[in-house]
Design a protein around this ligand. Structure first.
Ligand code: IFM
Length: 484
């Protein structure tokens, strides 16, 4: 790989979300959110954790921006907490809450970091939920009003916006599975109504952004659900693409239901078929409202399903083999998803791509030497980024990559069990410790991707044991065959 490995204008970044890092849930007039409510519900969050403090970014943001600057990122994707800006969800604006983001944006710009602001990363004001939340059609206008407040305040300096993060998750897990806030188990048809309103709210927000920040670039960040052909034979590739763009089951876990209306102005036909009578009735003008032009499509991409063209030519999803690598979350490691995901998404939707999230949860802790060694994250990243490079080299217009996450943080219903950060956080002291992966990613950024060399994937830790590693390798070589 050479210096030209990624385009000069490629944005290397990190991502976070307000509720997962800010803490300070009652500071400066912030109102409660649906997640504050869920955190109070017994048994809802792993080990009874809550996000009242989490990384306390609200009080450590200057230090965090300094760490991002040292990391060398060109972009920082963060979300704005609706209940900080409008504690009641509608009406009165809380200047102190808005002021927090105002200072953050200024400081990012001083550090040479481009802000990418997400308007909604799941923390709906509790007052809005009490008025029906996503089930109430009025929420679309309220969300538009909130977007307008934020864009009027920050739009002179923030030129990259994302409307919603992972509607599949906050709608589906929040209103059908009940695992996420607000923690309700609606019927399928109610859940789909919530989803329709979320998409409509996206449309309203895009309009308001355009109205008040004419030169803004606007995107949307669904979960990608990539498919990986088992081989690169034409029939497997075609089968994987077919499954990527189809809905064979009545479930919210897919991309087309949530993205076709945004990009094409219509729900997918097979989705309408499988959801059948559960599809909500709505005025046909809604689809045009949802279908506001976007400038780029965000993809939150962690793992992919492997697909093969079966004996009868049918596309089939094949299970990951026993013992295949899995993350702390038990998600399969599938680096090729970072090639096929953007490629198929561009093929279907024709929009420039930003990888708005990608990363791995591990059970990291500070070692006795005080450092945090995370060789698996380095390896994971190296593999995924090499696949991203392949997509870019073949002409897929990928503009940016945001690593999830900058910091360890509150992983929703899983509390603090999963650590996704490049920076380790001690939640008792708020102490930040950059992990080995932070230094490694720094080098990737510094070389615009040229450091994605296989050998460099080895962390400082594994390099320290080079001699022993060679000895073990020679033992293994001495016994090449299975014992009889
Ligand atoms: O932490 C979440 C994030 O908020 C949304 N996307 C997936 C991440 C890991 O689960």
């Amino acid at each position: 790989m050479t210096e030209e490995c990624f385009p000069d204008e490629f944005v290397w970044g990190v991502a976070t979300a307000a509720y997962q890092i800010e803490g300070a849930v009652t500071a400066d007039g912030r109102g409660p959110s649906v997640w504050d409510m869920l955190c109070r519900k017994e048994g809802a969050i792993w080990a009874g954790h809550d996000a009242d403090v989490t990384t306390d970014h609200y009080h450590h943001w200057r230090q965090d921006v300094a760490l991002f600057r040292e990391l060398g990122v060109g972009g920082y994707r963060f979300s704005i907490a609706w209940p900080r800006v409008q504690p009641d969800g509608v009406g009165a604006v809380n200047d102190k809450g808005l002021g927090f983001y105002d200072r953050l944006v200024d400081t990012l710009l001083e550090a040479g970091i481009t802000p990418y602001a997400t308007l909604f990363h799941w923390d709906m004001p509790l007052a809005v939920y009490h008025r029906g939340g996503w089930l109430n059609r009025d929420v679309c206008g309220w969300f538009g009003d909130y977007a307008e407040v934020v864009v009027k305040a920050l739009g002179d300096r923030v030129h990259h916006w994302l409307t919603l993060n992972e509607p599949q998750v906050f709608v589906g897990c929040g209103h059908y599975d009940g695992r996420h806030a607000p923690g309700v188990r609606y019927s399928m048809s109610e859940m789909l109504r919530c989803g329709h309103h979320a998409l409509l709210a996206h449309g309203h927000a895009v309009q308001r952004i355009r109205a008040h920040a004419a030169s803004a670039r606007v995107g949307y960040a669904p979960m990608a659900f990539p498919k990986v052909p088992r081989t690169e034979a034409d029939e497997d590739v075609a089968a994987a693409y077919r499954i990527f763009g189809s809905m064979r089951q009545a479930t919210h876990w897919n991309l087309p239901w949530w993205t076709d209306p945004v990009v094409f102005g219509e729900y997918p036909e097979d989705g309408l078929r499988v959801f059948g009578k559960d599809v909500p009735a709505f005025p046909s003008s809604d689809l045009a409202q949802i279908n506001q032009p976007i400038d780029f499509l965000g993809l939150n991409l962690y793992d992919g399903q492997v697909v093969v063209s079966g004996a009868d030519g049918e596309a089939e999803v094949v299970p990951h083999p026993p013992g295949a690598p899995i993350t702390g979350f038990n998600w399969p490691m599938t680096p090729e998803a970072m090639y096929w995901g953007p490629k198929f998404a561009y093929q279907r939707y024709g929009k420039p791509i930003a990888i708005t999230e990608n990363g791995v949860s591990l059970r990291d802790w500070p070692s006795m030497d005080g450092r945090v060694h995370d060789p698996q994250r380095v390896d994971f990243l190296n593999r995924y980024l090499r696949n991203l490079h392949r997509a870019v080299a073949e002409g897929v217009p990928v503009e940016a990559y945001f690593h999830w996450s900058a910091l360890d943080n509150f992983e929703w219903a899983d509390g603090f069990r999963e650590r996704f950060g490049l920076i380790h956080v001690d939640y008792q002291t708020a102490k930040r410790t950059p992990k080995d992966s932070y230094y490694w990613y720094r080098r990737v950024i510094e070389t615009n991707g040229a450091a994605l060399l296989g050998v460099e994937a080895a962390s400082a830790y594994t390099q320290r044991f080079e001699v022993e590693r060679k000895r073990v390798a020679s033992i293994l070589e001495a016994f090449p065959n299975a014992d009889r």
